[in-house]
Ligand binder design. Structure first.
Ligand SMILES: Cc1cc2nc3c(=O)[nH]c(=O)nc-3n(C[C@H](O)[C@H](O)[C@H](O)COP(=O)(O)O)c2cc1C
Length: 219
C-alpha cells in the first residue's frame, strides 16, 4: 500500500528531517531520497595546494549530440573551496574510491584548511593529471579529468549551484573495467533514510554498492 506525502508528516517534527533545513535539506529527501554516486573532486587552490571535496548529489551524461561526456554536480556549496577553485582554475578531477579507501577520502573533510594539501594530509597520494591542471588521487580506481563549463542556481539567490563539467579524459583501473560490481565499483550515498511510520531517535547515512538484478538490452 502506498503512503502519500505532500506536507511533512507530524512524526518527523523535531527530528533531523525537520532541522536539517538549516543545512539546506528538504524533509522530502529523507523519505523519498534517491541514492547518488559518491566521489572526491580534486582541484588546486590559489596557493597551489591540492583541494579535495567529497561530493554526491550528481549525475553523468553524454550530450552535444554524442560528442561529449559530462558530469553534472547538482549541488555545490558556494561557500566551499571546490566552488572557489573551480571558478579560478576551471579544471578538476573526479575520483572514485573503492570501499577500503572511503575512510581516507572522508578525512579530507577534516583536513580542509586552505594551507593544507588535503590529499596527502588524508593519507592519500597526489598524482599529476594528464590533460588538465588539477591533482588526482592515485589510490582511486577511476579518475575523470574535467573542464568547468558553467554553473547555475536551481532557484535564483540559492547558496548552492549546479555545476557542469566536461569529462575530457579518464584513467580507469583494469579491475573496474573487468567487473563493474566487484571490489572496485562505484559507491552510492544514501542520505539518512527515514520511515515516517517508524521514526527512530537516531539514524545515519549509508554507503551502498550495486548488485545486478536484471539483464537488459543486448546490442
Ligand atoms: C558523502 C558526501 C557527499 C557530499 N556531497 C556534497 C555535495 O554534493 N555538495 C556539497 O556542497 N557538499 C557535499 N558534501 C560536503 C563537502 O564534502 C564538505 O563540506 C567539504 O568539507 C567541502 O570541502 P571544500 O571546502 O574543500 O570544497 C558531501 C560530503 C559527504 C561526506
Amino acid at each position: 500500500m502506498k503512503q502519500h506525502y505532500k506536507e511533512m508528516p507530524s512524526s518527523l517534527q523535531g527530528t533531523y528531517a525537520e532541522f536539517s533545513r538549516n543545512f539546506g535539506f528538504d524533509w522530502k529527501e529523507f523519505i523519498m531520497g534517491i541514492p547518488t554516486p559518491m566521489f572526491l573532486v580534486t582541484t588546486y587552490k590559489s596557493n597551489g595546494q591540492p583541494n579535495a571535496t567529497m561530493q554526491s548529489w550528481a549525475t553523468f551524461t553524454s550530450a552535444d549530440h554524442g560528442n561529449g561526456y559530462f558530469a553534472v554536480l547538482a549541488s555545490v556549496t558556494k561557500g566551499g573551496h571546490l566552488h572557489q577553485t573551480l571558478n579560478e582554475k576551471k579544471e578538476a578531477v573526479i575520483n572514485f574510491m573503492s570501499s577500503d579507501k572511503y575512510e581516507d577520502c572522508m578525512k579530507t573533510i577534516q583536513n580542509n584548511q586552505f594551507e593544507a594539501d588535503e590529499i596527502s594530509a588524508s593519507g592519500l597520494t597526489v598524482a599529476k593529471a594528464s590533460w588538465v591542471d588539477a591533482p588526482m588521487v592515485e589510490e582511486c580506481f577511476m579518475n575523470l579529468e574535467c573542464k568547468y563549463l558553467w554553473e547555475k542556481e536551481i532557484v535564483p539567490g540559492d547558496d548552492h549551484v549546479i555545476v557542469c563539467l566536461e569529462i575530457v579524459g579518464g584513467h580507469v583501473d583494469e579491475e573496474f573495467l573487468a567487473d563493474r560490481f566487484g571490489e572496485k565499483s562505484v559507491s552510492y550515498n544514501i542520505h539518512y533514510p527515514m520511515d515516517p511510520n517508524n521514526v527512530k531517535e537516531k539514524g545515519c547515512d549509508y554507503v551502498a554498492g550495486l548488485k545486478v538484478t536484471n539483464r537488459s538490452y543486448e546490442y
